[in-house]
Design a protein around this ligand. Sequence first.
Ligand code: IVH
Length: 707
Amino acid sequence: MKEAEVQKRIKKLRNEIARLRNAYHIENKEGVTPDVYESLTRELEILVQKYPEFEDVNAPEHRVAGKPLDKFVKVRHKSRMLSLNDAFSYEELYDWEKRIKKLLPPSPLQGEGQGGEVNYFCEVKFDGLAVSLIYEKGEFIRGATRGDGFVGEDITQNLKTINSIPLILQKPFPESLEVRGEALMGKTTLAKLNLQNGKEGKPLFANTRNVAAGSLRQLDPQLVADRHLDFIAYDLVGIKEARPNALGLASPQFHSNKHEMLRQLGFKIEKLEAKCVSLEEVIAFIKKFEKIRPSFPYGTDGIVISVNNLKLQEILGVVGKAPRYVVAFKYPAERSTTIVKKILVNVGRTGVLTPLAIFKPTQVAGSLVSKATLHNMDQINRLDLKIGDTVVIEKAGDVIPKVVEVLTRLRTGKEKKFKMPEFCPVCGGKVEKKITTPSPLLHKEGAKSSPPYEGGDKRGGLSVAHYCANPKCPAKNERYLEHFVSVFEIYELGPKILRRFKDEGLITDAADIFTLEEEDIAPLERFGEKSAENIIQEIKNKKKIPLSKFLWALGILHVGEETARDLAEHFGTLEKLVLCARQDLTQIDSIENIGPAVSKSLHDFFSDENNLSFIKKLQKNGVSVQKAERRKKGKFTGQTFVLTGTLSGMSREIAKEKIIALGGKVVGSVSKNTSYVVAGVDPGSKFTTAQKLGVKVIDEKEFLRML
Ligand code: IVH
């Protein structure tokens, strides 16, 4: 970038960061997450480091968040409510330890480990709103928000509606004390609230933090009471005794003592906490919680690690707005911003062209992300995405990264519009456009489905897909092979091996896989006897296949997993289906759930002699198609389910099995034909689609009752 461009980018970044920060911290706007402005801030920091001439001390990135609003009475905190310094990696934790050890006396204090070791206390960092509670003579007299750390707002009335905040402390209690902790909403409560809001057409809350903040800002305490908020205490400050320890309270020596005292006084304290004698133990705790985190009942964003000994805390003190003796380890952000460098086009097994965005690599949820599928032209148009744009990428948990938003305010005017190529990027064949009105049936096929949905628009309405019209396109063949082996569950044959076998001339189509022998593979470089044996054994084991899977594996347009199962169930054998598809389409049309698009596609497929000889070749090479088993009959027969969000009691796979065992079907996307959408915690867009289509949405409890 040229200097002038850098300067412009910095200015734009500053404006956008200021706007987003305000939207998040002051207005508690829906859909705005701190990840995005933090990611932009990191870019800004790097730019300013490289170009210090553009540093500006009054710039918004230097301002502390959290101005108090005007509505409530302001109160000055007895002692400043501090912030925490963050650590984003284990290295940063070790750096922190190095820094503090330099400041501590060389000989250990009593109660500490040997040789200058420091003991730590780990606790969960809750994602709600920090509040301070003041108790006098055991009675809750005032509660306030953090505000700017010095002055907060008096929200006593609202806090009194929270059941986990004791109004009277358990004895023995000190003369006066201040408790700090997090006001928040549990994930299940949020799910229920969103379910209700959805039914009433009200906007949905993005996360538990937003909803806690929004609720506590309500002036009417009744509204707050309806929200069923929670409070979790994590710190005890300013204990004052009339006569020291007169009530039998030992003054705390460790942060862990504070938690014990808080428990005794009647506060809710998180069970998951740990005293650790080394950073290795701290890291083990971080890793342990990372696994629990998705199903943890509250929103969290990290682990707070304190030096446990309060005397050492005192020695370490506070710098600026954060203490030295505590650090917040933050789990990797699930959203990040980056720039789209170019858009490539992939060709799928049915010839569908799928645009792929290539980014400036960026760290999201613990991994480096450099590309994401854009699905199709509709998606690009919907996002209003251009090459050169700054985009927000999301990768929650194990989910594949996706572009969720374009930050159009950061545009320079030089961004380029993307156009689908007119010729296939792989074979140069003509690209054709197909506009399809997906029938509800086709919709149900979901992500794994066969054709037009590969890259198709799953919203309902019209779907535009671009296809390579050349039937011999090598890209199509390669993708088809990958699809075929994945349906046959021949796991040993990954895409790289398949390509290698093709290049070596060992296979020309999927049927050739079944004639491979160990002697063909073993001599190949990087293979050897053992791997050859494994591959051949696996292929042998997978020669028997149920009819429904066989149909799915054929890659017939519009025939995905569920449709294949319906067809197999109706016809029982391949021969009967082929006969009907060639001669009597009316029978196919009469099958429940199957529309004219499917029957036409079956007709086209089975009328093509090439396809019939491919099937014959498969059978000749040992593939044996099993007669279809009847679908299990049960109380879910005829009903279609869509699962969304995280279920707390069972995995989605198990839920799917249970539904199928009772005769039901589970599909990937919502349509008018869906009977139920089961919404777990953090439901995705399927939830909103269900609301729009008027499909019944049930929560996990209701689902369990049905089971
Ligand atoms: S601080 C001496 N503990 O993080 C150690 N902060 O404080 C005191 N937060 O917005 C512990 N969970 O609301 C601490 N377990 C926790 C926390 C926590 C959430 C929030 C707090 C504030 C920010 C910085």
